[in-house]
Design a protein around this ligand. Structure first.
Ligand code: C2E
Ligand code: CA
Ligand code: CA
Ligand code: CA
Length: 276
């Protein structure tokens, strides 16, 4: 609870319990959120660093609850993972995003985040195939984003699932690159389509922080020689965009080009576009 000036009655309440109670209540609400249609997707454009043209969108999950209001995914995704709700929620995201992408021009891709728990679910690949078939979206228009955390789990067969995703012709991105326990071993084993460079490096590079500049340069060079593309995440300013272009990232995503937007606004970007 966030009462201002907590009061004497809170004094003896162990903080942990307050948090546990808040989590419990939120988890109960989260369990009903799918049935109550409380989820929606926002779509953030990913643009070409060369032309600024839209290449695709990343689907970003939103939860709007009568009691909690709009809850940040940074808060409810970990809760959904702990409560084992991320598999059904992730399935809803995949199916909804694929259907929405079918309304866009056929060159435009849709990126969907998948958490480690989803990838270790034995039905994950069947679910993806079903989402593609149901929507009619070709595999090459789908991109699945995973973070380095999937490699931290022993014996989940993550690498095999990733290989199958690639074999299906789906694009595969390594998200938040450089923020986890980065190991280059899996870049040798898994043929990612794209490495997404975390916003912290983009900010640092624009401020000419030597380490950030060196790391982005090295990631771009490494990606190039591995036949992978790079996306710079979280570019907000012209300085950041210019620096990213100079450093050679192929794609850019960030508030400078577009915030996550509702589906109808994303579709509106293609108004007047010849869909044939
Ligand atoms: P992410 O996958 O790294 O997504 C990018 C986040 O950066 C998004 O936050 C986006 O709104 C934000 N962002 C984009 N451009 C800028 C910028 O220029 N400046 C700043 N400051 N931020 C920017 P969001 O939507 O709050 O999502 C947070 C995280 O929640 C995501 O990080 C992702 O890890 C997770 N998430 C969101 N949707 C899903 C989902 O459907 N499934 C799973 N498993 N995770 C999701
Ligand atoms: Ca992502
Ligand atoms: Ca990211
Ligand atoms: Ca992130």
């Amino acid at each position: 609870s966030k009462d201002q000036g907590g009061g004497a009655h809170n004094q003896y309440e162990p903080k942990l319990h307050v948090h546990a109670e808040e989590r419990r209540v939120m988890e109960m609400a989260l369990r009903k959120a799918l049935d109550n249609d409380e989820f929606s997707l926002n779509y953030q454009p990913v643009v070409s660093a060369d032309t600024g043209g839209v290449l695709g969108f990343e689907a970003l999950l939103r939860w709007t609850n009568p009691e909690f209001g709009v809850v940040s995914p940074a808060k409810f995704i970990p809760l959904a993972e702990d409560a084992r709700l991320i598999v059904p929620i992730g399935e809803w995201v995949m199916r909804t995003a694929c259907k929405e992408a079918m309304k866009w021009p056929s060159t435009i891709k849709i990126a969907v985040n998948a958490s480690a728990d989803q990838l270790s679910d034995p039905d994950f690949l069947d679910m993806v195939v079903s989402a593609l078939q149901e929507s009619g979206l070709p595999a090459h228009r789908l991109e699945i984003e995973v973070t380095e955390s999937i490699f931290m789990r022993e014996g989940t067969g993550a690498a095999e699932v990733l290989d199958q995703i690639i074999a299906m012709g789906i694009n595969l991105s390594l998200d938040d690159f450089g923020t986890g326990y980065s190991s280059l071993g899996y870049l040798r084993k898994t043929r990612f389509t794209t490495i997404k460079v975390d916003r912290s490096f983009v900010q640092g590079a624009a401020k000419k922080v030597p380490e950030s500049l060196a790391i982005i340069r090295a990631v771009v060079a490494m990606a190039d020689s591995l036949g992978m593309s790079t996306t710079a995440e979280g570019a907000e300013t012209e300085d950041e965009v210019k620096m990213i272009q100079k450093l050679g990232c192929r794609k850019i995503q960030g508030y400078y080009f577009g915030r996550p937007m509702i589906a109808s606004d994303a579709l509106e970007l293609f108004a007047g576009y010849d869909m044939s």
